[in-house]
Design a protein around this ligand. Structure first.
Ligand code: RIB
Length: 303
């Protein structure tokens, strides 16, 4: 079973001719309001990929929580550990340009009140997987990580968006997932030289944190440092419509594969396929692939 402890947002997605520059006003060609939040997106991605998923987090009492949770309910994700607290639901403003690139601004809202106490003490068990991101308070995630370690659950932490974290906390985690920006930020935070190759930095981060570290590379797939080996996996050759949530699709499907007992390199392939397919429609949760979609595309991914 997978428990996701993370953010739940309502996303306002604006289609733009270009991403606005400082001081510039642009007219959007469309606006859609969709469920989002890295926590909710990853929970849904894992459920769509076949995992049994429990979501822990918080929405506000502003009526928007129903939008944030609709996709999770539809996919059978257990939301008993999602609190409804006073104030606004987390909200994201997302600009997407014609190439599918995006910029995102998040107002945490209720996510700032997410608490580890929402998960019942029997909520995590040995061999469960705890999947985290970085849009809820770090001290609350630290408590959850300690609990996961006490019961021998595996922790996968997507450091998005990157925040300064104590290295001792990072060392309590089995697998870190970062993108290229976050790898640079993490390298600087750890005092590592960041002017060499990405592969060298990845290896140093893995050594310092004693983790497996997965670097997502967008259209180039991913590169992982795992038990002293570096494993590269390509993405599917697609023309992206909207890359919002591609990293979340990767994390959710990767976690689902690990939870299903797949070997680490195979789990990376699930992640790359899901991340690619998630770019084919607008919105973070709209194009998350099912387990069957992932299985049918796996053979088409080059080795
Ligand atoms: O990763 C994409 C997500 O980031 C969006 O759904 C938005 O809500 C922000 O959390």
């Amino acid at each position: 079973m997978i428990t996701v402890f993370g953010s739940l947002n309502v996303d306002y997605v604006f289609q733009m001719p270009a991403l606005p520059a400082p001081g510039e006003t642009l007219l959007a060609s469309s606006l859609v309001v969709l469920a989002g939040g890295k926590g909710g997106n990853q929970a849904l991605a894992a459920a769509r990929a076949g995992a049994t998923v429990h979501m822990a987090g918080a929405v506000g009492d502003d009526g928007m929580g129903d939008i944030a949770l609709a996709g999770l309910h539809g996919a059978g994700v257990n939301t008993d550990a999602v609190a409804a607290i006073h104030g606004p639901t987390g909200t994201a403003s997302i600009n997407v340009n014609g190439d599918g690139e995006n910029t995102i601004v998040v107002f945490p809202g209720a996510n700032a009140g997410a608490s580890h106490t929402q998960l019942p003490s029997r909520g995590l068990e040995a061999n469960d997987l705890l999947l985290l991101q970085m849009e809820i308070p770090v001290p609350e995630m630290a408590q959850m990580i300690s609990h996961a370690n006490r019961v021998a659950a595996k922790v996968v932490w997507n450091l998005a968006p990157m925040q300064a974290v104590d290295i001792e906390l990072l060392r309590q985690v089995a697998i870190l997932v970062v993108n290229e920006v976050e790898l640079q930020q993490l390298g600087k935070h750890l005092g590592l030289p960041t002017d060499g190759t990405v592969a060298a930095l990845l290896a140093q981060v893995a050594e310092q944190t004693t983790n497996s570290v997965v670097l997502t590379l967008g259209a180039k797939g991913c590169l992982a440092d795992h038990q002293g080996d570096q494993i590269a996996v390509p993405a599917l050759p697609i023309k992206p419509v909207d890359t919002v949530g591609a990293g979340d699709a990767f994390c959710g499907a990767f976690a689902a594969a690990l939870d299903a007992g797949e070997p680490f390199p195979t789990a990376l392939r699930w992640g790359c396929v899901a991340g690619s397919l998630a770019c084919l429609k607008e919105g973070a949760q709209t194009a998350l692939p099912s387990r069957d979609d992932i299985s049918s595309h796996l053979p088409t991914l080059p080795n």
